[in-house]
Design a protein around this ligand. Structure first.
Ligand SMILES: [Zn+2]
Length: 347
């Protein structure tokens, strides 16, 4: 893995490479961007480039790690003594904070000279987990860093760090990837996905890590087919068929946003087929037969109304209304949009 293997983030990478090449590296960096955007990967490569001991005559590109020297091998396996990543030991890492003790430990350690390289680098992932006390302690290091010391903080939102920390660090913003870049990444690493690639790219929100998570998640892929199954049940003359899917929504409550987003993408595709006669723009290409059947059997007005209802339900659920009731209402209203209220039987 090297900088050239990373898709997108060219501006960030070129900036970091040129700072290594010109020996103009700062003492503190803040990498800001959504989870899965590549902050951690790029931080590791940047650290490797700084400790790499190969010289230009070995053919390595300026500003990049060579990938094969002793230092690069150690840093790749996470064993370089001069690169440390702050790890929070906790059973529940997502909510665990970074306490002042951990930063004090870093503070003691950073003033001990590097063991092997010319730099000593600390990476603090998800640094917004630092308590205020921890941030104040870090500030002391940033005020008087040793010449060889460097700290990289990764955050989703830099505004959650103290102003005083922000003013002493170089802020680097990671941009979300255009859909084409996400597709390029998936085509390169998961070529077997074929027709699913545009779907995953569309749902990734421009975040390669998220696209990759979906590509490797069986649950996610099953859910897509479940969603199209639910959509087809709306066509049934018997409203009990659609009402029975309430159980599915209850069992998969943790995925409800994804399920509703998928349903929305299916109806969006149907509009492309039905109204715009443009099948090239549909996202869920692997579901073309179902989309076509649905589009032939349902009026456009009903589709627009169902989409509004899905959006409305998403909003309601985010406001913590009665979940089951919201789902039941959504399903029943959607069914009525297709079949007409009058066809509803007395249950
Ligand atoms: Zn190297």
């Amino acid at each position: 893995m090297n900088f050239s293997d990373i898709i997108g983030q060219r501006q960030v990478i070129d900036g970091l490479k040129s700072s290594v090449k010109n020996n103009r590296v700062g003492h503190a960096y803040i990498f800001e961007g959504p989870a899965g955007i590549g902050k951690q990967t790029i931080a590791s490569l940047f650290a490797s480039a700084l400790v790499c001991s190969a010289d230009q005559s070995s053919g390595k590109k300026a500003g990049e790690p060579c990938g094969s020297c002793r230092d690069c091998i150690k840093s790749r396996s996470g064993n370089h003594p001069d690169i440390q990543e702050l790890r929070v030991a906790s059973s529940n890492r997502s909510s665990a904070g970074i306490g002042v003790d951990m930063i004090r430990e870093l503070q003691r350690d950073i003033y001990v000279k590097p063991y092997e390289a010319n730099k000593k680098i600390y990476i603090i992932p998800r640094a917004e987990r630092m308590t205020i006390q921890a941030q104040n302690s870090l500030l002391k290091v940033l005020e008087e860093p040793p010449v060889y010391g460097m700290i990289i903080l990764t955050v989703e939102n830099a505004a959650r760090l103290l102003e005083t920390i922000l003013s002493r660090a170089v802020l680097i913003r990671f941009r979300i990837h255009p859909q084409k870049e996400v597709e390029a990444f998936l085509s390169k690493h998961y070529p077997d996905l074929k027709d699913e690639i545009p779907v995953l790219a569309a749902f990734s929100g421009g975040i390669i890590g998220k696209a990759e998570g979906m590509a490797t998640s069986e649950e996610f892929r099953t859910m897509r087919w479940d969603a199209v199954g639910i959509m087809m049940k709306l066509l049934s003359e018997n409203e009990l068929d659609i009402l029975q899917t309430v159980n599915y929504f209850v069992e998969n409550k943790h995925l409800v946003n994804e399920i509703l987003d998928f349903l929305l993408s299916l109806f969006r595709d149907i509009i492309f087929i039905k109204e715009l006669h443009n099948e090239n723009r549909i996202i869920n290409r692997d579901m073309r037969p179902q989309l076509k059947e649905f589009s032939q059997r349902v009026f456009s007005g009903a589709i627009a109304s169902i989409m509004n209802c899905l959006l409305d339900t998403k909003k309601k659920i985010s406001m913590n209304v009665n979940y089951t009731l919201a789902i039941e209402t959504m399903l029943m209203k959607s069914w009525e949009d297709i079949h007409g209220r009058s066809s509803r039987r007395a249950i």
